[in-house]
Design a protein around this ligand. Structure first.
Ligand code: PGA
Length: 303
């Protein structure tokens, strides 16, 4: 059997996504290039790896076996990289980190303070939504993930390091902005601007309304906190966002936090998360401790 590591990477991506198109996108390749690599592996092992039924592709038995080996080879390589990092020590270390889009309002500040203390480390930061973070955890391809509620169904180490209150926001001239003790009934006829499916904030908001026994009638979806804040400011509707996203708007009085003490804030927490059994590099470990000890000092919730 003659297979290159590149081909194993392609096989792993196609098998995990069960899609040539998604694998091609993820690996920045064209779909024919992905199909060609898979064909070459199939020729090399003498068995098909995938079968197509209708529009879907499935792993064959040989495909499943090869996928299992791909994953364990990738894990071994990751471990080897960590061992080498250990030998180099933190001085020339590398920190690979993925954070929720909402956490990116404070993460750069913490990273800047950390890299000030350890000037020669290299940082690789991916900012994505909760769904993207789950994929990072699944692939185990970052040292650390910063997210809201860690998922169940995956063996993880998770430590909460800071509160993440979600507040109700409106344009200062909105009729609810000046009202005191807004109730759930006041919200029933309002338009809400929500984050996209796959966002942790959105999941928390949906859970909140279900617990309140209420359905919001009109929602507009937007895939960034910045877009939501702009839309709320323009009077398109109400928003529910993490208070961490609001520092500037509150300071400049561009947005108002609606008074609804019985309902808000929705109390959430930020967690530092990685796969159970992962051997954190000295840099990863140092960052984890730095974050836990300093996050609250480097960030203050706007009053
Ligand atoms: P998101 O992040 O809404 O930007 O996905 C928050 C979270 O992980 O809960």
């Amino acid at each position: 059997m003659h297979i290159t590591f590149r081909q194993l990477t392609v096989l792993e991506a196609v098998a995990r996504n069960l899609s040539f198109t998604k694998a091609a996108l993820e690996l920045h390749l064209t779909q024919p290039a992905v199909s060609m690599q898979i064909k070459q592996i199939e020729e090399s092992i003498g068995l098909p790896l995938f079968e197509q039924i209708g529009k879907k592709i499935f792993l064959t038995e040989a495909g499943q076996e090869m996928y299992n080996y791909c994953r364990s080879i990738q894990q071994q390589l990751e471990e080897a990289e960590n061992v080498i990092e250990n030998l180099k020590g933190i001085k020339h270390g590398k920190l690979t980190i993925a954070v929720a889009s909402t956490a990116n309002y404070f993460a750069p500040r913490i990273l800047a303070a950390f890299s000030n203390e350890h000037q020669s480390i290299k940082i690789d930061l991916d900012v994505t939504n909760r769904q993207g973070l789950l994929q990072h955890l699944e692939k185990n391809d970052t040292d650390i993930v910063i997210m809201g509620l860690p998922p169940t169904g995956m063996e993880l180490m998770a430590e909460s390091f800071m509160e993440n209150p979600l507040v109700l926001i409106a344009a200062p001239e909105h009729h609810l902005a000046k009202k005191q003790n807004v109730s759930i009934h006041d919200l029933e006829q309002e338009t809400f601007i929500l984050r996209e499916q796959g966002s942790g904030t959105r999941t928390a908001i949906e859970r909140f309304f279900t617990e309140q026994g209420t359905k919001i009638l009109t929602t507009i979806n937007m895939n960034s906190n910045e877009a939501i804040k702009q839309a709320v400011q323009a009077g398109l509707g109400l928003g529910i966002v993490s208070i961490h996203t609001l520092e500037m708007e509150l300071e400049l009085n561009r947005l108002a936090i609606v008074s609804a003490d019985a309902l808000f804030p929705i109390l959430r927490h930020w967690y530092i998360v990685y796969r159970k059994g992962k051997r954190l590099s000295p840099t990863g470990l140092a960052f984890k401790n730095f974050l836990i000890n300093n996050a609250n000092k480097l960030w203050s919730i706007p009053s």
